[in-house]
Design a protein around this ligand. Sequence first.
Ligand SMILES: Nc1nc2c(ncn2[C@@H]2O[C@H](COP(=O)(O)OP(=O)(O)OP(=O)(O)O)[C@@H](O)[C@H]2O)c(=O)[nH]1
Ligand SMILES: [Mg+2]
Length: 427
Amino acid sequence: MFESLKKKFKGTIGKISDNVASEEELDDSNSSAADIKSKDETVPSSDSSENKSSKAVSKNDLTESSKDVSETESSETEAESDSKKSGFMGFLRGNKSSEKEESEDSKPSKTSETEEISADETITESEEKPEEDDKSGILSFVTNKTISEKDIEDILFELEMSLLEGDVAMEVAETIITSVKTDLVGQKIRRRSDVAEFTREALKKAISEILDIPGKDLTSLLEEAKKSGEPLKIMFVGINGTGKTTTIAKISTYFINKGYTPVIAASDTFRAGAIEQLTHHADNLDVKIIKHKKGADPAAVAFDAVAHARAKGKELVLVDTAGRMQTNINLMDEMKKIKRVIKPDLIIYVGDALTGNDSVEQAKKFNDAVTVDGIILTKADADAKGGAALSIGYVIQKPILFLGVGQSYSDIIEFKPEWMVEQILGE
Ligand SMILES: Nc1nc2c(ncn2[C@@H]2O[C@H](COP(=O)(O)OP(=O)(O)OP(=O)(O)O)[C@@H](O)[C@H]2O)c(=O)[nH]1
Ligand SMILES: [Mg+2]
């Protein structure tokens, strides 16, 4: 289930880790010569007075130097804004001052050049400061790295494209990318493994927020209805063949196992064999089915089922409806009529996970027509992409309540956002 999504996110975590690490390595090996050279080229003869004062700071003792930490931090912030103008290497120079010191130590002949050119660079002071740290050997390869937008933007763009290809809705893909970018940019990295951890956490947060749609909990609604002495009426809608009838059989099983007694309304009076199919399930499950003849008014069937539940004190009415294309105006109107007649407590859109984006688009149309309260996504067992599961709730702002995960009556699981996050981002 959702293997493809899992792969994409795993790939992104790996790529961001590699990229941040390789930028470090690049900077590590090039900073001394290349940076000095580029500074030399861009600022050939700057005034060294400011630099001298910063040098004085660095020559002071550790206490003096540490007093200047706030200055260093503020210069880092300036360096950050500089980096937007001067690019990633310029920014790395700001954060990677220690490595520069190291390179300066090892190349004494360049030191005076560095001092001369650094005067108008806001990062000068931070370059000088870590000298003491450096000597104490604290600095390692990634100690001062801060993730920049440049480190991740190409990889996140690639992820966005690949999510779209995987049937993730555009607004969902964009929201994930923006959230991850916001969370990662500016993160200070202390060790290489931080990058993967931060990226995974940022993705988890983004996806949790996408999936966390407030909605009605079926069991508590059922309890409330029971207290009021009224049956809970649930109507299942969707296009042809998504799994409405099978899902009704599964939901019956689910609530029978919780001690409730359902009644099923055979309100698909349209498709040949629909009533027989539902009767077969009802017989298997020993559940009462209310049915009329093929072609009868589906609203009347549903009405009778509600009356039966009231009369017999049954807690739950499950109304099966005919599959209909969202473009079929007559059938969409017929569905609205069932809603008007029985006033269901919940309308559940049953979507086929395998149809990806189509299923999301159809959910929008059904939501516009009758206002859906929740979603059941079927055939998740066969869905490698996961695009619909990730997108559908967010797009219509209604929660996924259950996932269909097979063809037998017990193949239904309650949908929990944290479960899905674990499925696609678990270790
Ligand atoms: N693998 C798998 N198959 C499912 C699942 N749910 C339903 N199916 C299968 O999907 C097919 C269609 O299911 P139905 O329940 O008849 O679908 P429907 O929406 O009622 O169809 P119409 O009444 O024609 O609109 C059947 O073969 C089901 O066994 C599921 O969660 N996983
Ligand atoms: Mg059906």
